[in-house]
Design a protein around this ligand. Structure first.
Ligand SMILES: [Zn+2]
Length: 207
């Protein structure tokens, strides 16, 4: 465990309301919030639902173009995003949409890794074979975004224990962990199994 890191502060740039309508007909509304001063200069966005309250439900969702936009069944990102939006539209919450595609390696590298996975490597082995980190994500900007929104204590919606550890190390108090649903398909089962076996994701998989 490292000691809490005091990162530079970010502040809110724009807050704008966006009505959301999903392809399955679900609709809600969120405030999209952008920031000045994020550590990695990326265009991360916070989607704020309802009244988040003093200890909001927070989801850190890393961008997945193939899953979020095109409905790829190689991963579970699309259904996880959809679930988070619905939960937060009911209970209030903050979804941090983080522009770190492919666990931080970028879209092209992610697709290169997919090609290797088609030859038998798992999602982590493929990254290693390309000379890339298994998980290159950094949550410094996420912690900055929460603080800019005056949030320092959260309930974290995630099955990934590393996200909570990283946020704690960045000075955010993670009061509770709320597990997400499990969205298996024939084509993402090996991907989800690798997440469980490799990084201790708390996902109950059959078999
Ligand atoms: Zn994905």
């Amino acid at each position: 465990m490292t000691t809490p890191t005091a990162s530079a502060s970010a502040n809110i740039r724009t807050r704008v309301r966006i009505p959301l309508r999903f392809s399955d007909g679900f609709s809600t509304v969120a405030d999209a919030v952008t920031f000045h001063g994020l550590a990695d200069q990326a265009e991360h966005v916070a989607m704020v639902f309802g009244d988040p309250g003093p200890t909001p439900l927070v989801r850190m969702h890393s961008e997945c173009l193939t899953g979020d936009v095109f409905g790829s069944a190689r991963c579970d990102c699309g259904p996880q995003l959809r679930e988070a939006v619905e939960r937060m539209s009911v209970a209030g919450g903050v979804l941090l949409y983080l522009r770190q595609e492919g666990r931080g390696i970028g879209l092209y590298n992610k697709l290169d890794a997919y090609a290797l996975q088609d030859h038998g490597l798992d999602t982590y082995e493929a990254n290693s074979a390309l000379g890339l980190p298994e998980d290159g994500r950094d949550y410094t900007a996420a912690a900055q975004m929460l603080r800019a929104l005056n949030i320092d204590t959260i309930d974290l919606l995630s099955n990934n224990p590393d996200k909570g550890h990283q946020l704690s190390n960045l000075g955010i108090t993670v009061r509770g962990h709320v597990p997400t649903g499990v969205f298996t398909t024939p084509t993402n089962l090996s991907y989800l199994r690798a997440k469980v076996e490799h990084t201790g994701h708390t996902i109950a998989l059959a078999g």
